[in-house]
Design a protein around this ligand. Structure first.
Ligand code: SF4
Ligand code: SF4
Length: 398
């Protein structure tokens, strides 16, 4: 058993001590719903973390696995009456245990290299990914990654209408592009710039690199610390007064790296200027998936619904607020569990027969798109910001 640094162990024990074991978090936990097993519940994980940190139990595969399975969705933290800081407890425990044996290091290294991801998206290669994926076992992370890479390339955002920004300009905002999102969600980043400028902000883009969330949640503290240093350096060079990202999954990590800095997704800034943004009608029904990090960390679900509500004719049906199973690297580490967690959402989307599926988190959106493709459901997926930017009316912002 690895020796636990005392201060870390004490912190985990103190966090675990806040749990009164009421069990009110259990119905909110997706893995408890999947397994029906106390060890796969928040309360069970807290007990395991405390036992490991205090040396009351050895680190065995059996005890470690429920911690590795945790989606870090923070649904438990949202409903906990004792306000247990489950997210912190999980991060500290994973840091003590170190990266999981099943952590797909090569795949994650690739995911953090935007240049290589762009290369992988070369059109002629996609059919080979799909064929290759079929030969790999269901539980292979490479099979899951190839299925994502075989999806059609992300849409390009049509050149936006010439929107006249209001004067005087509001805050200077830095846009953090991230790693996977900088390639797969390039249209959403362009859309964010269009909308924020229309709302009166000046936007500058930071360089594209990983924020470190994948490493933090995987227990790789050294890699996470390097990413934090890079974020701080880029932020200082930017000279902005707020940081935005179109990926809610990055927000918690960026907030941790930049204490005292306003870190938001663009909806929070846009909704404050909603009366100044006008949109062309769109007579469609769209399904809206709200990622766990948008609900529990960014807390911008209401802001997004308000903005979408300003598009005349648009019917927005919010899907049940449940984790899709993507959860950062979870879909690569545990593809079968990720597919099982996704299944009810795919069913809900299919029964709605929407004309599009909106989701703000790139990992969730790709994971849902693969699930829809497997069921031959022809539902295009896009970032909500892309839909908003495509329908903004020029010249109505001041
Ligand atoms: S709701 Fe909070 S206090 Fe109750 S069991 Fe869950 S984590 Fe513990
Ligand atoms: S973070 Fe999510 S998956 Fe993990 S214990 Fe809490 S509710 Fe369950």
């Amino acid at each position: 058993m690895p020796t636990m640094p005392e201060n870390k162990s004490e912190r985990i024990a103190a966090l675990a001590d806040q749990c009164v074991q009421c069990g009110l978090c259990l119905p909110a936990c997706p893995t408890y719903a999947l397994d029906g097993n106390e060890a796969e519940s928040p309360r069970g994980r807290i007990a395991i973390a405390a036992a490991l940190a205090q040396g009351r139990a050895p680190v065995t595969d059996e005890l470690r696995e429920p911690l590795d399975h945790c989606l870090a969705c923070l649904n438990c933290e949202r409903v906990c009456p004792a306000q247990v800081h489950f997210g912190e407890l999980l991060v500290e425990t994973r840091a003590l245990l170190g990266p999981a044996p099943r952590r797909p290091r090569a795949l994650l290294a690739l995911a953090k290299r935007p240049g290589l991801l762009r290369l992988m998206r070369l059109a002629g290669w996609r059919r080979w990914y799909a064929r290759l994926a079929r030969w790999l076992p269901q539980r292979s992370g490479w099979r899951a990654a190839l299925a994502l890479a075989a999806l059609p390339p992300p849409p390009r955002l049509r050149p936006g209408p010439a929107v006249t920004p209001c004067t005087p300009a509001l805050a200077r905002v830095a846009l953090f592009p991230g790693c996977v999102a900088s390639v797969e969600d390039a249209a959403a980043q362009q859309a964010a710039v269009t909308l924020l400028e229309a709302a009166g902000h000046t936007v500058m883009r930071l360089p594209a690199f990983c924020c470190g969330a994948l490493d933090t949640h995987g227990g790789d503290t050294q890699a996470a610390a390097r990413a934090t240093g890079r974020v701080q350096e880029a932020w200082r060079a930017g000279g902005a007064s707020a940081l935005v990202t179109v990926t809610p999954g990055c927000i918690g990590q960026l907030r941790g790296a930049l204490p005292g800095v306003r870190v938001e997704d663009p909806y929070a800034l846009l909704v404050a200027r909603a009366d100044h943004l006008h949109f062309r009608p769109l007579h469609q029904r769209v399904a809206l998936h709200l990622p766990c990090t948008q609900l529990n960390v960014a807390r911008s679900g209401e802001a997004l619904l308000t903005l979408l509500g300003r598009v005349p004719g648009l019917e927005v049906v919010a899907l049940p607020p449940r984790c899709c199973g993507a959860a950062g690297s979870h879909l690569l580490e545990f593809p079968e569990r990720a597919a099982a967690l996704r299944a009810p959402l795919i069913e809900a989307i299919a029964s709605l027969a929407p004309q599009a599926l909106l989701s703000s988190n790139i990992g969730c959106r790709l994971h849902l798109a693969t699930g829809l493709a497997e069921q031959d459901e022809a539902v295009p997926t896009l970032h909500p910001l892309v839909l908003l930017a495509q329908h903004i009316v020029p010249g109505h912002t001041s």
